[in-house]
Design a protein around this ligand. Structure first.
Ligand SMILES: [Zn+2]
Ligand SMILES: [Zn+2]
Length: 336
């Protein structure tokens, strides 16, 4: 099979992903072989390419994988051949450490990321343990389902950890793949949403999706925020968000890595009055399962921009430049 491979750390401007011949994977005990239809693109892949996160090189990236099961490893019996499944960022966790036993498998020291520690979905076939795959609800097309697996499922975890309640105000910093799904959940939960982004196109999409206000990251919102979620890869948004957070408010940091440092915080200005900052690391299988059911129920329909697999470098460059509307998705092979 031919897949897009990252061989060494680089900038995305240098187009480091190469279409290469790869051996067809075979499923081991308890694993499933998935024929990949589509794979979403994510900022975390930029972190891997550019070395802010260290993947197991050479690596096939991609952790928002949708496809059909075409092979079952020894003892795999959770699904049947032909089932349509998704694979998310969590490729495996040990299942026996204290974190795993307490439902925090996202923090497992042996956590493996799809397309980072194990091959992902920028290729026609991939394998994963059957316990780390999810049936895709019928109401979503393959391309619509892909962004639900990271942008949506981790966005769901962000929103749950924010603790926001009905009637409260939520600020979203950055309005890419994850935020455009989180806004749909937040409005469904009866929150008032203010969106902060430099992109005029993203502000227009935010208003279309029901934001009560959209402005630039430095603009004062109409009211203070009970919670804010920062999806941006830059450090400067952190003090900006803390400045407009209500007393006792919580700021969630949703990205794995920031591209540049967070400016110094002033205790009285940014943190006093019981303001909290919490980062969100990875996701659990329960996040993905719960979110897929919720997404089908609301329903949350992602806006997607499709690219062919060999265009992955270009798609990721557009993502870095903030030029993707909604979520970018790579088409890998024909759906069947
Ligand atoms: Zn992701
Ligand atoms: Zn563990």
């Amino acid at each position: 099979m031919k897949g897009m491979v990252l061989k060494e750390i680089s900038t995305i401007e240098e187009q480091p992903l190469e279409l290469k011949d790869l051996p067809d994977p075979t499923p081991g005990p308890g694993e499933i072989l998935v024929k990949v239809s589509v794979c979403g693109i994510c900022h975390t892949e930029l972190d891997e390419i550019e070395g802010r996160l260290l993947p197991n090189l050479p690596i096939v990236l991609g952790h928002q994988v949708v496809g059909r099961i075409v092979g079952l490893g020894q003892g795999a019996k959770r699904f049947k051949l032909g089932d349509r499944v998704g694979i998310a960022w969590i490729h495996s966790a040990c299942g026996t450490c204290d974190f795993c036993k307490e439902g925090h498998e996202n923090l497992c020291p042996a956590f493996k990321g799809t397309g980072c520690d194990a091959p992902g979905g920028y290729a026609p076939y991939t394998v994963v343990g059957e316990r780390f795959a999810y049936l895709i609800p019928d109401r979503f097309s393959d391309s619509q389902a892909a962004p639900l697996l990271c942008a949506g499922a981790i966005g769901y975890r962000d929103l749950m950890l924010s603790g926001i309640k009905r009637g409260q105000t939520l600020g979203l910093y950055g309005f890419g793949a994850s935020a455009h799904l989180v806004i749909q959940m937040a409005i469904y939960r009866g929150c008032e949403v203010f969106v902060f982004t430099r992109s005029e196109a993203h502000r227009a999409l935010a208003i279309k999706l029901g934001a009560a206000w959209a402005g630039r990251p430095e603009d004062p919102p109409p009211r203070k925020l009970h919670c804010a979620i920062d999806f941006t890869p830059v450090g400067e948004t952190v003090p900006k968000a803390l400045n407009v957070l209500e007393k006792g408010g919580k700021l969630i940091l949703a990205v794995i890595r920031k591209r540049n440092p967070i400016p110094p915080l002033d205790y009285s200005q940014h943190l006093w009055d019981e303001k909290e900052i919490k980062s969100v690391a990875n996701l659990t299988r329960k996040d993905a399962e719960d979110f897929l059911l919720l997404a089908a129920q609301i329903p949350i329909i992602p806006e997607v921009q499709e690219f062919d697999l060999p265009e992955a470098n270009h798609a990721l460059l557009l993502l870095k430049q903030g030029k993707i509307q909604g979520s970018g998705v790579l088409k890998i092979s024909d759906s069947n």
